[in-house]
Design a protein around this ligand. Structure first.
Ligand code: ADP
Ligand code: ADP
Ligand code: MG
Length: 659
């Protein structure tokens, strides 16, 4: 076994690999960009080496810098994690050339599966079922459009070199094919440096079912059951479970057989995932990811295996064990810094409050951040993964709902409310979901309901305690000051204290009158309550009219977050001295909603455009954002160039709307 490994990644997966390495007595070496010098994975590793400036291209994707760190640290092997260089055949080759073990499959297998088109050709030969489609070399528009007609609409155009849901276009009708093809080719070329596309039958209400395969260098190839990853947004997973619900033993065996055939066809070694799309009782090969997958923990939960441990063992030449029996049911939810209400726009910012549910044999949290860390524009916006296990699916869902309710994040927008809504949704509990689940249930994205009185009271309790603490601090050390009594009953607070909390569009008027040590009469919009309780750091024990609720509170300036009874509530403390208004009208300006890089400019100065026309494509957090014309009008000036980094709020174009 290796004595020392280098982890060529960051965040959650780097921390997760470090944990297993430590348990196995292996020294782990981290790498970091300048943005990550103080990051959690650096703090947790046994040693860490700088590899460059913040942009991934100049650090986590810099093969030379990583190999340099590996040599300097004396690492015998490199674990690439997922994303970054994990599916880069040139990196696997460069490791081998440097005499360092790449913990993953051989470069030939990575290359063979790196092109979805070539992989489908290979799979066809290996007898693995394929979605009806065209994946040939002839990329002529007429050929592709004829293929689409032969397949029958709707069809899906995919970037052959694609990943992360990029470069995909659904085409419903023949007349839309040509422009969609052009868009997909352009996006594929820009994102992957390869404009090759394939065309597939677009399946209606399919499920995403994938098989975890594992092969050693002694000829054993296993399938460790399947995962259902159908809960997706933008064709990317957010909830995954294992085993896939509603799949019978015969089909389970057929999926395993197909996945093993796929892996064998490329002489695969290590951990990999064969992704299938499942519709109308049949499954078809989609692609193979030649790496550890984000959702691997659900497989670990049902098998009891540590997949990272087995990656290390297999890379060191050991033999795989027998497939363990499948035990119970596991579900993972990915907690992202993103705003579901704004089209899942990635969010950036500092996490000023973070509390995770308590870990146990059934609840696991894989996280890469701590309170105080920032979600930055250069990297993936995933904050953490929550993984739960139950004896059956119903128990796992209950545990998921409870643990999501105990997950507290303040400072950046997150998808936690959406995840809670899915975990609590009757249709999710009743049956195996399909990939359209989120789109079909707009209620999942509904604005937060008005906060209950208890949440408003919890915010008031925390503010009243902060007020007292501030008053006491102002009194200094004078032991005779009436402020120093520390009994929570200070003279001034006997006077009513009025303040306003805004939640969404609603304002709540609060009046608190001291009613004894640590107790108040609290009027919320005129309704009287008895308020008491304790505040200890972020933890609150609210006593409202004799009902006791434990919860938490976080404050950043005027932004307040209350976590109570499994829900999060955001309030804004209204400052009575601030003049009203102030929200600048954006009008005809086209503004970057988050920082990013200008990927494409689609309009020239002077161009007449219609409402909704695409003007600028920004690339940020591995996502493409298309900014459109806010109205019919004219582009007056373009202030940015392709390749330029822009800041949040920066004006990209001057636009004059028609009268
Ligand atoms: P896919 O979506 O390709 O089928 P996964 O769902 O397993 O596969 O997601 C892998 C993705 O994880 C990568 O494409 C990348 O966007 C993202 N990723 C890469 N590195 C990290 C990281 N350190 N932390 C969080 N996410 C990451
Ligand atoms: P990526 O490389 O981005 O992971 P995939 O080919 O794995 O691309 O597809 C991603 C997702 O897109 C799938 O999980 C599924 O939701 C959807 N998808 C892919 N192919 C089809 C298809 N033929 N019909 C319907 N949905 C599809
Ligand atoms: Mg995929």
């Amino acid at each position: 076994m290796f004595r020392r490994i280098l982890i060529a990644n960051r965040g959650e997966i780097a921390c997760r690999i470090i944990r297993t390495a430590r348990r196995m007595g292996i020294v782990s070496v981290a790498v970091y960009s300048d943005a990550d010098r103080g990051a959690r994975h650096v703090a947790e590793a046994d040693a860490a080496y700088r590899i460059g400036p913040p942009p991934a291209r100049e650090s986590y994707l810099d093969i030379g810098a990583i190999l340099h760190a590996a040599r300097a640290s004396g690492a015998e092997a490199i674990h690439p994690g997922y994303g970054f260089l994990s599916e880069n055949a040139a990196f696997a080759e460069a490791c081998a050339a440097a005499g360092i073990v790449f913990i993953g499959p051989g470069a030939a297998a990575i290359r063979a599966m790196g092109s979805k088109s070539a992989a489908k050709t290979l799979m066809e030969r290996a007898g693995v079922p394929l979605v009806p489609g065209y994946h040939g070399a002839d990329q002529d528009a007429a050929t592709l459009s004829r293929a689409a007609a032969a397949i029958g609409y709707p069809v899906l155009i995919k970037a052959s070199a694609g990943g992360g849901g990029k470069g995909m276009r659904i085409v419903e009708r023949a007349e839309d094919f040509a422009p969609a093809l052009e868009g997909a080719q352009r996006e594929a070329l820009a994102s992957f440096g390869d404009g090759t596309v394939l065309v597939e039958k677009y399946l209606i209400r399919p499920r995403h079912i994938e098989s975890q395969v594992f092969a050693d260098s002694h000829g054993t190839t296993l399938a460790l059951y399947e995962r259902d990853c159908s809960i997706q947004r933008r064709h990317q997973k957010i909830i995954e479970e294992a085993p896939a619900p509603g799949i019978g033993e015969a089909e389970r065996a057929a999926i395993a057989t197909a996945a093993i055939a796929a892996a064998r066809a490329v002489e695969y070694v290590g951990a990999g995932t064969v992704e299938f799309i499942h519709a109308d009782g049949r499954f078809y090969f989609m692609e193979m990811n030649t790496r550890l997958q984000v959702e691997h923990p659900v497989t670990e939960m049902i098998t009891g295996l540590d997949l990272v441990e087995w990656q290390l063992r297999v890379a060191a030449g050991e033999r795989l064990p027998a497939v363990p029996p499948c035990r119970g049911h596991a579900i993972e939810a990915r907690i992202y810094a993103e705003d579901p209400a704004r089209g899942f726009l990635p969010a950036i910012g500092r996490i000023h409050h973070l509390r995770e549910p308590a870990a146990s044999a059934q609840v696991r949290v894989d996280s890469g951040v701590r309170a105080g860390d920032a979600i930055r524009v250069e990297y993936d916006p995933m904050i953490a993964k929550l993984i739960v296990h139950g004896e059956d699916r119903a128990e796992a869902i209950r545990r998921l709902a409870a643990a999501l309710g105990a997950f507290e994040v303040a400072g950046v927008a997150t998808n936690l409310a959406l995840l809670r809504a899915i975990a609590g949704h009757a249709e999710f509990a009743a049956a195996a979901p399909d990939t359209g689940f989120i789109d079909r249930h707009p209620d999942l994205l509904a604005a937060a309901p008005p906060p209950p009185a208890a949440a408003i009271a919890a915010a008031a309790l925390a503010l009243l305690h902060q007020n007292e603490a501030a008053a006491r601090a102002a009194a200094g050390d004078d032991p005779h000051s009436p402020w120093a009594a520390c009994d929570g009953f200070s003279p001034v607070l006997a006077l009513p204290l009025s303040f306003t909390l805004r939640a969404g569009d609603a304002s709540h008027a609060l009046v608190a009158t001291a009613a004894g040590p640590g107790a108040w009469r609290l009027a919320i919009d005129g309704a009287e309550h008895r308020l008491a309780g304790t505040v200890d750091g972020a933890a609150i024990r609210l006593d409202l009219d004799g009902a006791i609720h434990p919860g938490a509170f976080a404050r950043e300036g005027e932004a307040l977050s209350v976590f109570l009874d499994g829900a999060a509530h955001a309030f804004h403390l209204v400052d009575p001295y601030r003049p009203p208004g102030g929200e600048e009208a954006v009008g005809g300006r086209v503004i970057a909603p988050i920082p990013g890089t200008v990927a494409r400019l689609l309009a020239e100065p002077g161009a007449r455009v219609g409402h909704g026309a695409a003007l600028v494509v920004l690339e940020a957090m591995k996502m493409e954002l298309t900014l459109t014309a806010p109205a019919d009008g004219t582009v007056e000036a373009v202030h940015v160039a392709v390749g330029e980094m822009v800041a949040e709020g920066q004006e990209l174009l001057a636009f004059v709307a028609d009268e």
